[in-house]
Design a protein around this ligand. Sequence first.
Ligand code: ATP
Ligand code: MG
Length: 588
Amino acid sequence: MTTPNSKQDTRPAGNPPHLPSPSGTDFIREIINQDNQTGKWAGRVATRFPPEPNGYLHIGHAKSICLNFGIAEEYRGSCNLRYDDTNPAKEEEEYVRSIEEDVRWLGFKWAGRYWASDYFQTMYEYAVELIRKGKAYVCDLSAEQVSQMRGTPTRPGKPSPYRDRSVEENLDLFDRMRQGEFPDGGKTLRAKIDMASPNLNLRDPIMYRILHASHHNTGDKWCIYPMYDWAHGFEDSVEKITHSICTLEFENHRPLYDWFIDAVNEGRAPGSSFGQQIWHPQQIEFARLNLTYTILSKRKLLTLVKEGIVRSWDDPRMPTLSGFRRRGYTPEAIRAFCKHIGVNKVNSTVDIQLLEFFLREDLNKRSPRAMAVIRPLKLVIDNYPEGQTEYLDAVNNPEDPAAGLRKVPFSKVLYIEQDDFRQTPPPKYYRLHPGNEVRLRYAYFVKCTHVVKDAAGNITEVHCTYDPATRGGDSPDGRKVKSTMHWLSAPHALSTEIRLYDHLFIKEDAEDYPEGADWKVNLNPKSEEIVSAFVEPSVKDAAPGARYQFERHGYFCVDPDTTKSGVLTFNRTVSLKDTWAKIAKAQK
Ligand code: ATP
Ligand code: MG
């Protein structure tokens, strides 16, 4: 199998890239294999996929889903779906529903479904324990002052003047923070680690902030909310996750992840007043997915929806899983793509053509064929009997003989594509032009005789003659033609709306925009083109989601708008590679 290359950035010398090994395994699976050999987790494999329910899942999330759920499947382990809802927010039902639909659509099942906010009480108790152990303190500095005093990688930070508060004072203040005595941002709880650490994340990071805001799950019960680094490890710990897989930007946070759990475990032992040791998962980082012509950021995708630049989160141009679904992508194609790109430790941008390659591979096998004419031109067969209709056999799917044949009506007046006719043909143009003979797929050879024009000089009809002996598409005298074209019988053709899609962004690196400009400058103004087109009558009752290959055009699927508007509406999922377009480009 040959595939287009994915572009790889290179890491600084001396940092070997962990590319997927040829055996199909990768550095994460190798860690797991080793753990299983040494019995580190007693053969258990438990992962989780932890989305924040603040938007729809995108293709980047699919990489993480395929990894976490895929590993659980392969090792007969488990993968939890955990909502990372430590930020207070109210309206989340829509996002939760979509996340679950998308995970299921990809073909995965979660072992347990949890909410990080269900652990708020336990996390609070652990925080109190850290205060007792002298490992956390209440700080009165503002967030701004904290970051000013944090120093730089080469300059140590300045300790907070509140760093040496007594345990009693800290316990009292933290309790009062919780009771709601202080305003938003008035105080924080900070871990007491090392203000000179070369890793800035260890310079007394904030564990809790004050925020008087309602939470969808806990309501107004809490006015202090845990920070990600403090919360995440405990969510993993409570669920007894073995391998906590996250993206590379958290590599520098791993010492903190470990510090928090170690700090709780310090002094814990069976029978001690602190209790048993808590579970300590292993964090592993991998490179996030970036795609050409695509932006993968929930915040920016939300902006596109809010500003009406796209119709919704599931607009067929969106890189969300629901957008891909509506566009006609199959979960199998997305999974095959994720498997192929594998996981590694090098940030890279994958060419979107690679995703399209796997899509075409899958759709080619499963899509019934049909004929559609997108930009119609009338073709009149002068020697064909007036008023006659015949029904010709057409192959439903050459890749699948079991799909059988269907009947396609043929008559005197047809539609062909405007692109399939030239009055003055350019070099190597083998389609219809005056004097030239071509094959109409499944039908007859036709030879162009003349054209009819309107007053303005536009061609309104192309006229031809047909050879009745070529019925079915072959000439008994062995005559050859260089082109086979699709067509529709005009009186039988169905009117449809076809939505032709192109990349949402015009720039390969969609995040590359001039300083001071908005990222939206890279939006493609022609990402959607809506045309009235014709299709053959066999697709008349196609239901939303039904997929076809429209011969010579590409893959299309029925849009759910069909049900609302009553107009059969198709989305172009992906085009076929157009050989003439390539020749034409080369001739320019
Ligand atoms: P965004 O920046 O789009 O909001 P996020 O990382 O904040 O993404 P989360 O909901 O927190 O979104 O992500 C859930 C999981 O999906 C995390 O484990 C995260 O690492 C992973 N993930 C998110 N984006 C990508 C990506 N582009 N490639 C691989 N994994 C990703
Ligand atoms: Mg996030």
